[in-house]
Design a protein around this ligand. Structure first.
Ligand SMILES: [Zn+2]
Length: 75
């Protein structure tokens, strides 16, 4: 079997700041491709060369904390 080198890389969508991870696989032949954000359809990453990216996954980040601003001084 040929040696296969996989590395996980992380990308951030420039459009909506969504984070994604993808597995980069080294190849002996050139590949090219594009991954588009599933949320805003912006291009997250474009690649070409002797590697390929697959297994794109959105990174589940903690939801923003909407501070507990219970002013309690209702009106
Ligand atoms: Zn996006």
């Amino acid at each position: 079997m040929a040696n296969t080198i996989w590395t996980i890389e992380e990308f951030t969508c420039a459009g909506c700041s969504m984070n994604y991870t993808a597995t980069r696989e080294e190849h002996a032949e050139a590949h090219s491709g594009t991954f588009k954000c599933s949320i805003c359809s912006g291009v997250v990453h474009t690649w070409s060369g002797k590697h390929h990216f697959f297994g794109w996954e959105a990174v589940k980040t903690k939801p923003p904390v909407f501070g507990r601003r219970w002013a309690g001084a209702g009106g």
